[in-house]
Design a protein around this ligand. Structure first.
Ligand code: FPP
Length: 238
């Protein structure tokens, strides 16, 4: 069916512009993050209703630790609240949660809440919701290479057996299809160390809307733009 709109299987989002959204309203930056967290919940439901199968959001980067203590604390508290309170909602909406990133640097209670939410939602069959926390793509690749090297050292695999699939499967996103569409809100046009390996063939969509203001309409616009692109994966159109 030629005119039918294709829905991307996996959409990844860099949720930028929270701080500026707050500043414009004379509010502290943390109010922008709080509003941003509400947007996350709304967009997860919208994505699910649109038929998107995987949604991945960049919540906290390996570089975000350099922000003022009060802002780091506020972001961690938002994530803590989400992990501790969203189980009932995930169960109701059949959402499967996975956290990407190096969790060992997070507070123990947050690590426990994440482990619990991942475990309790692991058999859900609806939308997969990945939240990147203390995540950096280069760090993720380093951790994957270390894991593979360990298996080489133990003699379990031969260096010649290392291929793209093995690296893909050893990333935090192992088992999840690569994003088809990467959206960045907030007006900047950068990837900022997010899913570098996984977005090799993703369509990139940048919009000026600040994340707290991002709506289902904006998501629809991004999907429309995705539909207007020809994906050739380095080949030629037949
Ligand atoms: C970038 O905006 C955004 C972040 C660093 C944090 C994003 C986190 C959330 C929206 C909360 C996530 C919550 C859940 C439940 C997953 P910025 O602060 O860099 O904005 P600016 O560029 O305007 O300063």
């Amino acid at each position: 069916m030629e005119n039918e709109r294709r829905i991307p299987v996996h959409v990844a989002i860099i949720m930028d512009g929270n701080g500026r959204w707050a500043k414009k309203r004379g509010l502290p930056r943390t109010a922008g993050h709080a509003q941003g967290a509400r947007t996350v919940e709304r967009i997860l439901e919208d994505a699910d209703h649109m038929g998107i199968r995987f949604l991945t959001v960049y919540a906290f980067s390996t570089e975000n630790w350099t922000r003022p203590d009060s802002e780091v604390k506020a972001l961690m508290n938002l994530l803590r609240t989400y992990m501790k309170t969203s189980l009932a909602k995930c169960a109701k909406n059949n959402v499967r949660i996975r956290v990407l990133g190096d969790k060992t640097k997070l507070d123990k209670d947050l690590q426990d809440a994440i482990a619990n939410l991942e475990m309790e939602t692991t058999n859900n069959t609806g939308i997969g919701f990945q939240i990147a926390i203390n995540y950096g793509s280069r760090d993720e690749i380093v951790r994957a290479v270390r894991r593979i090297s360990e298996n080489v050292r133990k003699g379990l695999i031969d260096p010649e057996e290392i291929n793209e699939n093995m690296i893909t499967n050893n990333l935090d996103t192992g088992g999840i299809p690569a994003p088809d569409l990467l959206i960045r809100t907030g007006g900047e046009q950068r990837i900022s160390n997010f899913l570098l390996w996984q977005t090799a063939y993703a369509e990139l969509y940048f919009c000026d809307v600040a994340w707290p203001d991002f709506t289902k309409d904006d998501l629809e616009k991004a999907v429309d733009a995705f539909n207007g692109r020809e994906r050739r994966y380095g080949g030629l159109i037949s």
